[in-house]
Design a protein around this ligand. Structure first.
Ligand code: NDP
Ligand code: HSE
Length: 443
């Protein structure tokens, strides 16, 4: 491969992230070129609405409405896929990889859904797929897992991976503002996905968890094989009671691998995190990840998890790796092979059964305020061998209703699901209970 004298970068999408990449590549171009020893050209840009006002100025001659034309332009060396979604973005990615190009992407939904296909296309076409910006915004967690921690097998990775949800929960906790107002602000700030239900229902975190699980364990866990719950039902009542019990509420991804049974479990759910833990104080749009490796022990990573600038930093980091690859020919290990090696071989990894996944639990129940109700609830829990640790009864939303906050001793997912099903049968329980896990992590 002859070394290009100028590296041409093509943009497919120039929204929140794309504009950040353009802004910082332009603003820091001299520094980047000096660091990389290569000239960079922001060569061509595809958007849907060329006339839209943007925060960066794009010469009209560089604009097109055809992302595939950018992805397959012979002059383009690096294609930044910053459209999002899994349809056009997939076509663009596969087209560029088929031509042996390097694709840089922030698209976790695409990678989670089509990772195996994308890496196969990269191998077949001689291209490469870089995706640091897909997980945890400005935190270089993918480099950390693949490179810095290469000596380790990962028994547990857990963390806050969605900036929007953490921003919402923090504003609700600190300022008492409503869920709806906090979400509106997260959208205005450019943190949320185009379809914000991906954020608040936990799917975006699940996509990121799938990527981390793949890097750590060499297998793609589908989102329907995970436990995925979002933050939409969390209220001020939960935030206040969690605080009284000594916890903050965080939406966590938790990836655990038992190397004795070779079982893996990936889950995403709001979690009561003890205040003493560092990650419990990771607030606002910040993300935080605790990685436990068998050699390094636990290492923590904290940084801005969403938004234009942090994400642009990760995309530009990948562009720098792409430039190095293009100019030095230094090969980077194809990601899925790296992951399989890293995982010590992916043969035989099983998904852990629900009864092996344990936790203490927090339950909020809206109930009729009548004699015997607590006894009915306790009976259902006892039948499922779920032991109550504490009960708080609070003021009612209506004249004859009450809110019960229960915490349990250690139980497991199978037992708590059976408990929820049993509680749903009781006339005295007025709506589906809210279930939160209690994260008894050591760090
Ligand atoms: P935006 O919605 O802000 O930008 C999407 C861009 O794609 C826009 O420029 C849009 O054009 C363009 N586009 C959409 N459809 C077409 C089409 N049919 N033809 C041509 N162009 C099209 O998204 P974000 O920048 O927020 O996100 C981009 C990616 O980055 C997503 O995968 C997202 O998940 C990921 N990501 C986002 C982060 C964030 O904080 N926002 C953080 C980390 C990752 P136009 O501008 O004309 O409408
Ligand atoms: N919507 C995502 C978030 C963007 O809020 O974390 C970063 O991946």
């Amino acid at each position: 491969m002859s070394k290009p004298s100028v590296i041409n970068i093509g943009f497919c999408g120039l929204g929140t992230v794309g504009q950040g990449v353009w802004k910082h590549l332009s603003g820091n171009r001299a520094l980047l070129e000096a660091r990389l020893g290569s000239k960079l050209e922001l060569y061509r840009v595809a958007v849907r609405h060329p006339a839209k006002a943007r925060g960066v100025k794009i010469p009209a001659g560089k604009l097109t409405t055809d992302p595939l034309a950018v992805a397959t332009d012979p002059a383009v060396h690096i294609v930044c896929e910053l459209i999002g979604g899994t349809t056009l973005a997939r076509d663009v990615t596969l087209a560029a990889l088929a031509q042996g190009k390097i694709v840089v992407s922030a698209n976790k939904a695409l990678l989670c859904g089509f990772g195996a296909e994308i890496f196969a296309a990269a191998r077949k076409g001689g291209g490469h797929y870089f995706f640091e910006a897909s997980v945890a915004g400005g935190i270089p967690i993918i480099k950390a897992l693949r490179e810095g921690l290469i000596a380790n097998r990962f028994g547990r990775i857990y963390g806050i991976l969605n900036g929007t949800c953490n921003y919402i929960l923090t504003r609700m906790e600190r300022e008492g503002i409503s869920y709806a107002d906090a979400l509106a602000e997260a959208k205005r700030l450019g943190y949320a996905e185009a379809d914000e239900s991906l954020d608040v229902q936990g799917w975006d975190t699940a996509h990121k968890a799938a990527i981390l699980a793949f890097l750590a364990h060499g297998v793609w866990v589908k989102t329907d094989q995970m436990l995925v719950e979002g933050i939409t039902r969390i209220t001020q009542t939960d935030i206040v009671h969690a605080a009284q019990l000594g916890y903050g509420i965080k939406l966590l991804a938790v990836i655990t691998r038992n190397f004795e049974t070779n079982q893996l479990f990936v889950r995403v759910h709001p979690t009561l995190l003890p205040r003493r833990l560092v990650l419990a104080s990771v607030d606002g749009v910040f993300n935080g990840i605790a990685v436990t490796g068998d050699v390094a022990g636990t290492t923590l990573y904290i940084g801005c998890g969403a938004g234009q600038d942090a994400t642009a930093s990760a995309v530009i980091g990948d562009i720098a790796d792409a430039v190095t690859l293009l100019t030095s020919g230094k090969s980077v290990v194809v990601p899925d092979e790296a992951a399989a090696i890293h995982a010590g071989g992916r043969q035989g990894v099983q998904l852990a059964p629900l009864e092996s996944v344990g936790s203490r639990y927090y339950l909020r129940l809206e109930v009729r305020d009548q004699p015997g109700v607590l006894a009915q609830i306790a009976t259902v829990m006892a039948r499922n061998r779920v032991s109550i640790e504490s009960v708080i009864q609070r003021g009612n939303r209506g004249p004859e209703t009450a809110t019960l906050i229960l915490t349990t001793h250690q139980s497991n997912e199978q037992a708590i699901r059976a408990t929820l099903a049993g509680l749903a049968q009781l006339d005295s329980v007025l709506e589906a209970p809210l279930l939160l896990r209690i994260g008894d992590f050591d760090e």
